[in-house]
Design a protein around this ligand. Structure first.
Ligand SMILES: Nc1ncnc2c1ncn2[C@@H]1O[C@H](COP(=O)(O)OP(=O)(O)OP(=O)(O)O)[C@@H](O)[C@H]1O
Ligand SMILES: [Mg+2]
Length: 371
């Protein structure tokens, strides 16, 4: 054991309660790259929480920096549409864990995640429901962007919804603070190895390292389309494949639509399809009947990040203000008395947006084969 780890043990974490003494684990609800998530109950107050284990296996130098970053950001962000971090707990170090404590992030519990809801064909979102989901999602994003935080991992599984119909952005494991300039006054250089491939915007795929809030808007646009298609709209197998899928839906990535995109590091290294027409509205129309929704989707899925709508403008879009108005999700959710999480759901069918001639509006019966 390193001297640093030893010191950590000796300090005994006086402000960090023992996880298993305080909480009783009920069921496993998530398995991510960085650890397991459990539903648990406070033994004393009976409050239900979510416990996210901090993976320490590969750590030689004590507490992992990625978890520290997640905690710092969650402590900063206090908003109705951002998941609330209650506290950090530890396990007792002993011979069973090679004298290394495990840490848990304790969160307020949300009954569902959006991936779980979308994978269940019995869950039907009306247009008003979809408006309410997107309004809360953009509201949460607007708040974190105002606080100069990028989420960097937008996807349906990272969007939680309580049984009362309140949406919470979750999983700040990849989030970071951003600014338009670095300390020396130049453009910032962040890693572009972020965001789950299917939700990754063109600028990240082309190697941009000085990106901003618009990367999260792209992901939000993918999620919005998924509210109707019920399955991720661009399921690439590789970064190259993802670029191809984006070009097929959004048109060619070229300097005519996005000035200077050809200067990005990977523009010449990847094959960027030429002469593709933009078909966002055309190909989503069979699923998304609402003209306002199609228009907003078109603005969120812009290839050029500087032309992509920001959250504030999106929230003012007619989609949210024309009839039907956003509806209270708790009414629809009250018809379901089981938690729905991606981890517990059967895998969603892979597929792609069908071409217009074969496109069919998704109904319950066709749900499996549409996307
Ligand atoms: N507060 C919560 N309430 C209910 N379920 C939660 C909560 N937090 C997380 N979950 C569930 O656990 C899953 C995994 O949690 P989270 O996304 O935070 O970590 P992760 O998946 O390990 O991170 P990554 O997505 O980067 O791999 C979520 O998709 C969700 O289903
Ligand atoms: Mg996650």
């Amino acid at each position: 054991m390193s001297s640093h780890a030893k010191l950590m043990e000796e300090l005994e974490f006086p402000y960090c309660e023992n996880a298993s003494e305080k909480y009783e684990k009920l069921t496993k609800i998530g398995q991510g790259t960085f650890g397991e998530v459990f539903k648990a109950r406070d033994r004393k107050t009976k409050r239900i929480v979510a416990m996210k284990k901090v993976l320490m296996e590969n750590e030689k130098e004590g507490f992992p920096i990625t978890a520290l970053r997640e905690i710092r950001i969650l402590q900063l962000l206090n908003h109705e549409n951002v998941v609330k971090l209650i506290e950090i707990c530890r396990s007792r170090a002993g011979p069973y864990n090679r004298f290394k404590s495990t840490f848990y992030l304790i969160f307020e519990f949300c009954e569902h995640d959006l991936a779980g809801l979308l994978s269940n064909a019995n869950v039907k979102f009306t247009l008003g429901d979809i408006k309410r989901v997107m309004q809360q999602l953009l509201n949460g994003l607007y708040f974190i962007h105002t606080n100069k935080i990028l989420h960097r991992d937008m996807k349906a599984a990272n969007v939680l919804i309580t049984k009362n119909g309140v949406l919470k952005l979750a999983d700040f494991g990849l989030a970071r603070a951003y600014s338009s300039l670095n300390q020396k006054g130049g453009p910032p250089r962040y890693t572009n190895r972020v965001v789950t491939l299917w939700y990754r915007p063109p600028e990240l795929l082309l190697g941009e390292r000085s990106y901003g809030p618009s990367i999260d808007v792209w992901g939000a646009g993918c999620i919005m389309a998924e509210m109707w298609t019920r399955s991720p709209i661009m399921q690439g197998n590789t970064e190259q494949h993802q670029i191809t899928l984006i070009s097929q839906l959004c048109g060619s990535i070229c300097p005519e639509v996005w000035p200077d995109c050809d200067k990005l590091d990977l523009y010449d290294k990847l094959e960027v399809p030429k002469g593709m027409k933009r078909k966002v509205k055309e190909r989503l129309k069979p699923y998304v009947k609402d003209q306002f929704a199609l228009d907003l989707l078109d603005k969120m899925l812009q290839i050029d990040p500087s032309k992509r709508v920001d959250c504030d403008t999106a929230l003012n879009h007619d989609f949210f203000w024309e009839d039907p108005s956003p509806s209270d999700l708790s009414i629809m959710l009250s018809r379901h008395n089981q938690s729905m999480f991606e981890y517990l759901a059967p895998p969603r069918r892979r597929g792609h947006v069908p071409q217009p001639q074969q496109a069919r509006p998704p109904t319950d019966q066709h749900f499996e084969r549409v996307f």
